[in-house]
Design a protein around this ligand. Structure first.
Ligand SMILES: *Cc1c(COP(=O)(O)O)cnc(C)c1O
Length: 343
């Protein structure tokens, strides 16, 4: 294994003297999904970004952003986060020996992500507001104080994240016909589009937002975004324009999925493909199941699609256990176990 920066340094935004702060991120599995392929009528793959060191794609951007921050002599990093950016920033800050502070919406982040940020030694601040409020505040803080803002408004985050598109093309030997992706702050879809374009490809991009947090679909910011998929509970995406450029340029589109559709896809993937992602990640699959793979009039239907599964299911055990079947209690006795297993 090597770091993402070692693999792609000549295509990233680092300066020659920047150190490499890495946890050997990237090189995540691209899993062919035969049951999903059957349901969609097209060859489907899962890009499992839960395989990154802190369990989400945020690590791809964070290795570059924190390496650059070190190169610039920063002493601390700060971010607003729905959870995964906080976990990743905290881990890379710890790795680099920098101080880290993360601002999260109070009571709104998945428990695994909170555990990560705290274990890595970041100062975790629970804001009585939503993600959009937190982002506004950290942007101002970063202008007033010598701290590096590592949200996806940081250009180095997008640079690092575009490497996922490189990996997909390398592994398939060509670009997929289409790529489906959950959209929150819209940094990741921006990054994939840049990555695909840099290697001279242009798959159709299908972006999916949760119904209660779908500003790009509705065409205006959403004041109080609500969805079970906490990682995409964002009402005013920072990369709005770039995301729309990606959808238009790729002849794709952005659409909404309900929380029920998200949770159905989330459970179905775990039970039928053996892949446990977090609820927000399942929006990519839910969207294809709900809307199919529509194409512009003069465009051929895609023959393959990659669904980006942005984060690991273990991040959010509360949602997993919330509607899971009950555990079977059993006496310490062979025949009781026999009945419990086989009846
Ligand atoms: C951050 C995140 C998203 C949304 O990505 P954006 O770049 O904000 O659009 C989706 N899923 C998971 C698991 C995330 O952590």
């Amino acid at each position: 294994m090597t770091s993402l920066i070692e693999r792609y340094r000549d295509r990233l935004s680092l300066e020659p003297g920047d150190p490499v702060v890495s946890l050997e991120e990237g090189s995540t599995p691209l899993i062919e999904a035969s049951r999903l392929s059957e349901r969609l009528g097209v060859r489907a793959y899962l890009k499992f970004e839960g395989g990154n060191p802190t369990g989400s794609f945020k690590d791809r951007g964070m290795t570059v952003a924190v390496s650059r921050a070190m190169g610039r002599g920063a002493e601390a990093v700060i971010c607003a986060s729905t959870g995964n950016t906080a976990a990743s920033a905290a881990a890379y800050a710890a790795r680099a020996g920098l101080r880290g502070a993360v601002i999260v919406p109070e009571g709104k982040i998945a428990i695994g992500k909170l555990a990560q940020a705290l274990m890595h030694g970041a100062r975790v601040i629970a804001l009585q507001g939503n993600f959009d409020d937190a982002l506004t505040i950290v942007r101002e803080l970063a202008q007033k104080h010598p701290v590096e803002l590592v949200n996806s408004v940081n250009p180095h985050r997008i640079e690092g994240q575009k490497t996922a598109a490189f990996e997909v093309v390398e592994e398939l030997g060509e670009a997929p016909g289409a790529l489906a992706i959950p959209v929150g702050n819209a940094g990741n879809v921006t990054a994939y589009w840049r990555g695909f374009q840099e290697v001279g490809t242009a798959p159709i991009l299908y972006g999916f937002q949760a119904e209660g947090a779908a500003p790009l679909v509705e065409g205006h910011p959403v004041a109080n975004p609500e969805t079970v998929a906490s990682a995409i509970r964002i009402g005013n995406p920072a990369r709005w324009e770039e995301a729309m450029t990606a959808f238009t340029g790729s002849r794709g589109r952005v659409a909404a999925v309900s929380d029920d559709q998200i949770l159905d896809a989330y459970r179905w993937l775990a039970a039928n493909e053996g892949v446990f992602c977090e609820p927000a990640s399942a929006a990519s699959v839910a969207g294809l199941l709900a809307h199919g793979l529509p194409v512009a009039e003069d465009t051929a239907p895609p023959e393959s699609v990659v669904c980006v599964l942005t984060g690991h299911g273990l991040k959010d055990p509360d949602t997993a256990l919330g509607k899971a079947p009950a555990v079977v209690n059993c006496d310490n006795d062979l025949s009781a176990v026999e009945r419990a297993v086989f009846d």
